[in-house]
Design a protein around this ligand. Structure first.
Ligand code: FE
Length: 283
């Protein structure tokens, strides 16, 4: 079996028939589209189909000395092409919403623009962050074989990630079709630059898959319980004090403990509105 010392660490299984290889001694390429005149190798011959004694046409280094230069047929290349096509559609679609309907809405932060960040394929489905001037959402799209055209807008779904469980809301758009979105920020007024939004989006994608954040969340439950007890005791004392004045001392703020979403967004996400309250058309 042919082995390679290069990018695929000795396995040839991941090299597609379209892989362009290159000699690591003299950088001469082997492009299957061209074949190799010097050895009567026909155009269209994959690198893996070359004779065992084939060697570099320039320096005679053996086949094993060739590295992958570019493999448009590899899984990684196919995935990158899929993601760039999908995120381009998302950006086009929400840029149109922005220009058509959101342009003069006060919650729009005009320092920002629509952009996709941190996209990858997780569990077979494209997942990443969509940044816009009025929201930042985690967005999941169907796998290439799935049809999400009949998703019911507004339907909620809890999804489990290593860092915890997150609520996604189903939606559809004319171009992208069905998608599921989890609100990270809305509005976006705390962001001063697009670069800052991208940095946060990329950090979210890392934090989402970090189990350490699940432990944080569990700890936050303990903190919340302790804080609630403290507030209750305080409220009781104040109620006793203020009883004569008929003051209402029992209304303790509930939003003093970071939510899980705040944890994955580094505490930048305050005062989360329920994503269901946002206009579904827009986010
Ligand atoms: Fe060579």
């Amino acid at each position: 079996m042919t082995t390679f010392e290069g990018s695929y660490l000795g396995t040839s299984a991941k090299i597609s028939a379209a892989a362009v290889m290159e000699c690591k001694v003299c950088w001469t390429p082997y492009d299957p589209a061209e074949g190799d005149d010097t050895r009567q190798i026909d155009p269209g011959t994959p690198f893996l189909a070359l004779p065992d004694d084939w060697s570099c046409p320039n320096c005679s280094a053996p086949k094993e000395q060739f590295l992958v230069h570019d493999d448009p047929g590899s899984d990684a290349a196919a995935e990158a092409a899929l993601l760039s096509g999908l995120t381009a559609k998302l950006v086009t679609e929400f840029t149109e919403v922005w220009h058509a309907k959101m342009r003069d809405v006060p919650i729009v932060n005009n320092l920002l623009q629509v952009q996709a960040a941190g996209w990858g394929v997780h569990g077979g489905r494209p997942l990443g962050v969509l940044i816009s001037p009025w929201f930042m959402n985690l967005v999941q799209l169907p796998s290439p074989g799935e049809d999400w055209s009949d998703l019911r807008a507004g339907q909620k779904e809890i999804m489990a990630f290593p860092s915890g469980d997150y609520e996604f809301i189903h939606n559809t758009r004319p171009v992208i079709g069905g998608y599921k979105a989890c609100s990270l920020f809305s509005p976006m007024n705390d962001f001063k630059t697009q670069a800052q939004a991208i940095e946060v989006a990329e950090a979210v994608m890392v934090a989402l898959f970090d189990e350490a954040n699940r432990a944080e969340t569990d700890r936050s439950d303990e903190i919340r319980a302790a804080r609630e007890a403290e507030l209750a005791a305080q409220a009781e004392a104040e109620a006793a004090e203020a009883a004569e004045a008929e003051a209402d001392a029992g209304a303790a703020p509930a939003d003093t403990v970071p939510s899980r979403r705040q944890l994955i967004t580094g505490g930048l996400s305050d005062a989360q509105p329920d994503p269901a309250d946002a206009p579904r058309d827009e986010a």
